[in-house]
Structures are given as structure tokens and as C-alpha cells.
Ligand binder design. Structure first.
Ligand SMILES: Nc1ncnc2c1ncn2[C@@H]1O[C@H](COP(=O)(O)OP(=O)(O)OP(=O)(O)O)[C@@H](O)[C@H]1O
Ligand SMILES: O=P(O)(O)OC[C@H]1O[C@H](OP(=O)(O)OP(=O)(O)O)[C@H](O)[C@@H]1O
Length: 214
């Protein structure tokens, strides 16, 4: 973090291209992030902002610690990691949902045994079942969570569903929505005070573009 330029942590991968599209629509030159090579920090040439490319959970870590003033991250990661920053805007892209899914034909609620739930998002899964007052065993899986019910490691999964293709192609079916997900703009609480003018300018540009998209 420095006083002349804002630093924004940007989730690499699926949210990256849409974020750059948004920046460009806001009048920022996104070309360094369009062609990043292996470089992880990129200065926007025509706006006082440096973009840091990071994995989603790390975006939150950098913003919480104040080494980045702003971040773009999915609501999924925010729900999983908790929140000690400002969540200022729903950016409208990266839309998907958390769903509870089971093997086609399986009767998830029709048994009294403790269900095993596999998820890359154990806190989201735990909170969902706590709200229902259901005692479940949560198994943390790092990716391709759909494997867990197929391999009989779990009775169900809580995972991100976008088109539903991954569930379908693996013989699974969603039985309940858990939460809606989209990309969010987040701001470190101290930065919001220290760099209020600069951050407000960035947020206003974002809002103006999002308004046009409605
Ligand atoms: N179909 C989808 N699957 C996963 N994430 C999605 C999807 N659609 C939108 N997203 C959003 O994109 C964000 C980044 O996902 P991405 O798959 O690029 O990284 P990741 O989940 O950290 O996986 P990886 O470990 O493969 O990099 C997610 O946190 C979520 O907010
Ligand atoms: O509904 P769909 O459009 O099929 O998208 C959902 C899939 O995409 C994500 O996986 P990702 O590709 O990020 O891999 P991962 O399982 O290793 O996280 C998610 O975990 C689902 O598996």
C-alpha cells in the first residue's frame, strides 16, 4: 500500500477477464492485465492503481491485512472466509450459486444416520446445516468435489453450480440452493478512511459503468 497509488487484489482465473472488461469500460487501460505473462503486479498506465493477481482466498487476506486497499473476489470466498472489510459493490459478473447436490435418485433427507457432506467450502456447508439444526460430518475437498459422492466418500456435496453441466455429467442433481454468488468489490476499512477521495473515485466509476449495464 502506498499513498500515491491504490493497490487492488484481483482474483486470478475466472474473474480476471470480466474484471479487466469492467476496468476498460471505466476508462482504465487494462492491457497490462490482459497480457500479464508471469508478472503478478501490474500498474494501470492511465489511472493511479496497481493490480495484484492472486488466488481468491489470498485476495481477502491481502485486503484484510491492508497490504491491498481494494479487492475483487467472489461472494463464495467471502462467505467461506468471513468478513472484516467493507463489501461495497456487487459487480454483477461471476454469477453462480452454491447448491446442495446428491447422486441422482438418492433420498438425502430420508435417513436418520449422520450425513457426510463434502465441500471445498466447509464453513459454508457447516453454516447451512447448522441453520437447519442438522448434525452432519463435513469433509474438506480441494477440488472436483463431485467425485466424493461418486466414490461413496460423501452423501452430498455443497459446491458451486453455474451451468449445472458438471453435476449432470457426473450423475448428480441439485436438491437445494444454499446461496447466490457473484463477484464483489471489497475495501480495507482503514484504506477507506485514509484514501477516501481516491477510493470514492474508483467506486463511482465502477457504479457508473454498472448502472449502464442495468
Ligand atoms: N462455474 C464456476 N466455478 C467456480 N467458480 C466460479 C464459477 N463461476 C464463477 N465462479 C467464481 O470465480 C471464482 C474463481 O474461480 P476459479 O475457478 O477461477 O478459481 P478457484 O475456485 O480458486 O479454482 P482453482 O483452484 O481451480 O484456481 C470463484 O471463487 C467464484 O466466485
Ligand atoms: O455448473 P458448472 O458450469 O458445471 O460449473 C460448476 C463447476 O465449476 C467449478 O469447478 P472448477 O472448474 O472451478 O474446478 P474445481 O472443482 O477444481 O474447483 C465448480 O466447483 C463445479 O465443479
Amino acid at each position: 500500500m502506498n499513498t500515491n497509488r491504490l493497490r487492488l487484489a484481483l482474483t486470478k482465473g475466472r474473474l480476471q477477464d470480466k474484471s479487466v472488461e469492467l476496468f476498460e469500460a471505466m476508462g482504465l487501460d487494462g492491457s497490462p492485465i490482459r497480457n500479464p505473462g508471469r508478472r503478478l503486479i501490474h500498474s494501470i498506465p492511465n489511472y493511479p492503481l496497481d493490480a495484484v493477481l492472486a488466488k481468491a482466498p489470498d485476495v481477502i487476506t491481502y485486503v484484510e491485512h491492508g497490504v491491498c486497499d481494494l479487492g475483487i473476489v467472489g461472494k463464495d470466498t467471502i462467505l467461506e472466509q468471513g468478513k472484516s472489510f467493507y463489501e461495497v459493490l456487487d459487480l454483477g459478473f461471476g454469477r453462480c450459486r452454491f447448491a446442495l447436490a446428491v447422486k441422482e435418485g438418492s433420498d438425502f433427507y430420508g435417513t436418520y444416520k449422520t450425513r457426510r457432506i463434502a465441500s471445498k467450502y466447509p464453513n459454508v456447508a457447516r453454516a447451512f446445516f447448522e441453520k437447519k439444526g442438522m448434525d452432519v460430518d463435513i469433509i474438506k475437498i480441494e477440488g472436483s468435489v463431485e467425485l466424493a459422492p461418486i466414490l461413496d466418500l460423501a452423501d452430498a456435496i455443497v459446491d458451486i453450480v453455474e451451468t449445472g453441466a458438471t453435476l449432470r455429467e457426473n450423475g448428480l442433481t441439485p436438491i437445494e440452493d444454499v446461496a447466490q454468488v457473484s463477484a464483489r468489490l471489497i475495501v480495507n476499512t482503514a484504506s477507506m478512511k485514509l484514501y477516501q477521495t481516491e477510493i470514492e473515485d474508483f467506486i463511482a466509476r465502477c457504479e457508473a459503468e454498472l448502472e449502464k449495464r442495468k
